[in-house]
Design a protein around this ligand. Structure first.
Ligand code: ATP
Ligand code: MG
Length: 587
C-alpha cells in the first residue's frame, strides 16, 4: 500500500504509556537552531557530551526510516552493503598519505601494543585495501560497496545538535571501475539515487557543484537542503540549471577589451598616513573600492605569492589553492609581508614586487587605479597594468557576488543557503595509485581502479528536514521519515467505552500496517495535543467526548489547520487513505 516504512512492531511499544518520549516545553538554552531545539524538546535526542548524542526511541525510529530509504535506493542502484570497522590502523592512512595531512579532526590513539590507530572519519583507505586484496580482474568491475556506519570526526566546534557533531551515522559508498568512462557512469548512478533518496525523504533540495580540489579529472556535487539556517551559501541560476556552492561558483572572465592606453594618466604618489584598510582608503581618497587594487600576499606550500584583486572583490581561497595546485595556502604573516614588500601591512602593491604575481580576471579591466606603494603611508594613483607592472598569470580567483551573472548562460543569479546532507565525489585514481590498488585489464596489465565516493549524513538529514518543516508548535515531519505516521488521541482514558473504541481503531490500523502511536496516557487533552504537534506526527485522530457522542472522530493533518469529522466505523479506512495521500505527495 504505502511506500517505505519501518516494519511495524505490533504491541505495547506503540502505546505512549509504555513507550519513552520525554518531551518538554522550555526552549533549551544551549540549542541555537530550531532543529536542535525541537529534537531535544520532542524527546528524540539527548546530549552525552559536546558533539556526542544518544538517540532516544522516537529519534532512532526516524533515523531508521531515513536509513531504510537510503538502503532501498542504494540496493536498487546496484550497490552492495558491507560493514567496515570504526577503528582503523595508521598504516593505511600513511599509505594514502592522509595520516599527516588530515589534521586534528582525525581522532588518533595508540592501542596497548603501541600501534597508532584512528577512529574512521571516512573509509576510503579501508575499502581500497579490501578491494585491492579481493578484486583482481576488470571482469569483476564495476563494483560499489556501501555501509551505514558510525563515523567520528573531532570537529573543532560541534554545534547544532546532530547536524554537526563528532560521532555521527553516515551512509558511505565507494565505487570501483576499470576506466574513467565507467567511473563517470557509476557517479551518475549515485547522483540519480541521491535524487530519489532526498525526494523520498520529502525534502526541498538541490544538487550543487562543489569543489573537488585540484585532482585532475575529478568532480563533485553536494546535495543541499534549502534552508535559511544552512551553514553553506549556494548560488543558482534563475535561467539555466547551474547551481554551485559559493566556494566553487565560477565567475566568468570579462570579455577582452583593447587596453585604453590613451586614457592612461601619469603615475602619482599619494601620501596616506595611517590609512590601512580599503574602507579607510576609499574614505581618504573619496573614491570607490573598485578603483583600488588590493595586493594580498599568500604562502602556498611555503612559497610566497602575491594575489591582485579589485578592492570590492574577495579572494576565493579554494579557487586560489586549486589554481596553484597547492596542498595548503594561508595569508602571509605581517612579518613576511614587511620582508617581501618593504612596508607594513596595508601598503603592499605590485610595483617592484619580487614574488610571483597572479591576478583575478577583473583586474584586467582596471585603468588608472590606486595601489599600495610598498612604503609606509604611501600609495600610488593612476597605476596601469603593463606600463607599471606585469602579472604572471590571470585566473578566476574571486568569490562570486550579487550582481554577477551566471557563468554558463549569463542569467541572473540567486543567492541562498543550504544544509549539505549528501556529497558525491569522483575521486579518480588518487587512492588506488597511492595504495597500489589495481586490477588486470584484458591484456593482463595492471590498471589502477577509478574510484568514486558518496556520503549521506543520516541524522543531519533528519535535522535538515526539521529545519525545513516546522512551526511554532513543533515539527511537521514528512510522513516518510516521521517517527510515527499516525497519532491516536483518546481524550478520556478513564471512560471504558473510549478505551474500547480507541483499541478497536488502533488494532485495525496496526493490522493495516500503519505506524501508529496510541496516546493512552491519562493526562489532560492539551498535553496530548501539544506532544503530538511537537513530535510532528503527520496524521492525528482524536476521540473527544463531544464528537464521540455523535459517533464521530476528528481527523487532522499536522500540516493543515482544520480537522474533519469521520464516522467511527470509517476511521481506519480514512486513516489509510490519508497516509497514502501523504506518501503520494512526496513521490
Ligand atoms: P561539512 O562540510 O559539513 O563539514 P564534509 O564535506 O566534511 O561536511 P563529507 O565528508 O562530504 O562531509 O561527509 C558526507 C556527509 O556526512 C555530509 O554530506 C554530511 O551530511 C555528513 N556529515 C559530515 N560531517 C558531519 C558532522 N560533523 N555531523 C553530522 N553529519 C556530518
Ligand atoms: Mg562534503
Amino acid at each position: 500500500m504505502v511506500k517505505v516504512r519501518c516494519p511495524v512492531i505490533a504491541g505495547e511499544i506503540m502505546r505512549y504509556s509504555k513507550y519513552f518520549i520525554p518531551t518538554y516545553k522550555e526552549i533549551p538554552s544551549d540549542a541555537e537552531v530550531i532543529s536542535h531545539q525541537l529534537m531535544l524538546r520532542a524527546g528524540m535526542i539527548r546530549k552525552l557530551t559536546s558533539g556526542i548524542y544518544t538517540f532516544l526511541p522516537a529519534g532512532l525510529k526516524t533515523v531508521r526510516k531515513v536509513e531504510n530509504i537510503v538502503r532501498e535506493e542504494m540496493n536498487r542502484s546496484g550497490a552492495i552493503e558491507v560493514l567496515m570497522p570504526a577503528v582503523q590502523p595508521a598504516e593505511l592512512w600513511q599509505e594514502s598519505g592522509r595520516w599527516d595531512f588530515y589534521g586534528k579532526e582525525l581522532l588518533r590513539f595508540k592501542d596497548r601494543h603501541n600501534h597508532d590507530c584512528c577512529i574512521g572519519p571516512t573509509h576510503e583507505e579501508v575499502i581500497t585495501d579490501l578491494v585491492r586484496k579481493e578484486i583482481r580482474s576488470y571482469r569483476q568491475l564495476p563494483v560499489n560497496f556501501y555501509q551505514i556506519q558510525t563515523k567520528f570526526r573531532d570537529e573543532i566546534r560541534p554545534r547544532f545538535g546532530v547536524m554537526r557533531c563528532k560521532e555521527f551515522i553516515m551512509k558511505d559508498a565507494y565505487s570501483f571501475d576499470a576506466d574513467e568512462a565507467g567511473a563517470d557512469k557509476s557517479y551518475q548512478i549515485m547522483h540519480d539515487a541521491y535524487m530519489r533518496i532526498f525526494q523520498r525523504c520529502g525534502l526541498r533540495f538541490r544538487p550543487v557543484e562543489a569543489d573537488s580540489g585540484s585532482i585532475g579529472g575529478s568532480y563533485s556535487h553536494e546535495f543541499m537542503v534549502l534552508a535559511d539556517t544552512g551553514e553553506d551559501e549556494i548560488i543558482s541560476c534563475m535561467k539555466c540549471n547551474y547551481a554551485a556552492n559559493l566556494e566553487k561558483a565560477e565567475v566568468k572572465a570579462p570579455a577582452e577589451t583593447e587596453t585604453a592606453k590613451a586614457s592612461w594618466e601619469p603615475l602619482q604618489d599619494v601620501e596616506t598616513p595611517n590609512v590601512h584598510t580599503i574602507d579607510e582608503l576609499t574614505a581618504f581618497l573619496s573614491t570607490g573600492p573598485n578603483h583600488i587594487l588590493k595586493t594580498l600576499v599568500f604562502v602556498a606550500d611555503g612559497n610566497p605569492v602575491a594575489v591582485l584583486i579589485r578592492g570590492d572583490h574577495q579572494v576565493n581561497e579554494v579557487k586560489l589553492k586549486n589554481f596553484l595546485r597547492a596542498d595548503t595556502i594561508e595569508l602571509a604573516s605581517p612579518g613576511l609581508v614587511a620582508e617581501l614588500t618593504g612596508a607594513p601591512m596595508g601598503f603592499a602593491g605590485p610595483l617592484g614586487l619580487k614574488s610571483k604575481i597572479i591576478a583575478d580576471h577583473a583586474v584586467r579591466g582596471m585603468v588608472n587605479f590606486i595601489t599600495g606603494a610598498n612604503k609606509e603611508d604611501l600609495h600610488f594613483r593612476n597605476v596601469n597594468l603593463e606600463r607599471d607592472f606585469k602579472v604572471n598569470e590571470f585566473a578566476d580567483l574571486r568569490v562570486i557576488m550579487r550582481g554577477d551573472r551566471c557563468p554558463r548562460c549569463g542569467g541572473e543569479i540567486n543567492f541562498g543557503r543550504g544544509i549539505e546532507v549528501g556529497h558525491v565525489f569522483k575521486l579518480g585514481t588518487k587512492y588506488s595509485k597511492a595504495m597500489h590498488a589495481v586490477s588486470l585489464d584484458d591484456r593482463g596489465e595492471e590498471q589502477p581502479f577509478f574510484m568514486g565516493c558518496y556520503g549521506i549524513g543520516i541524522a543531519r538529514t533528519v535535522a535538515a528536514a526539521i529545519e525545513q518543516n516546522h512551526d511554532r508548535d513543533g515539527i511537521i515531519f514528512p510522513i516518510s521519515i516521521a517517527p510515527f505516521e499516525v497519532a491516536l488521541l483518546p481524550l478520556q482514558m478513564h471512560e471504558k467505552n473510549v478505551v474500547e473504541i480507541s483499541d478497536g481503531i488502533y488494532n485495525a490500523c496496526l493490522a493495516d500496517g500503519i505506524d501508529i502511536l496510541l496516546d493512552d496516557r491519562d493526562v489532560r487533552p492539551g498535553v496530548k495535543f501539544k506532544d503530538a504537534d511537537l513530535i510532528g506526527i503527520p496524521v492525528r485522530v482524536t476521540l473527544g467526548e463531544r464528537t464521540l457522542k455523535q459517533g464521530m472522530a476528528e481527523l487532522k493533518l499536522r500540516s493543515e489547520p482544520k480537522e474533519v469529522l469521520i464516522p467511527l466505523a470509517d476511521v481506519p479506512g480514512a486513516v489509510r487513505a490519508k497516509v497514502k495521500e501523504l506518501y503520494d505527495q512526496i513521490k
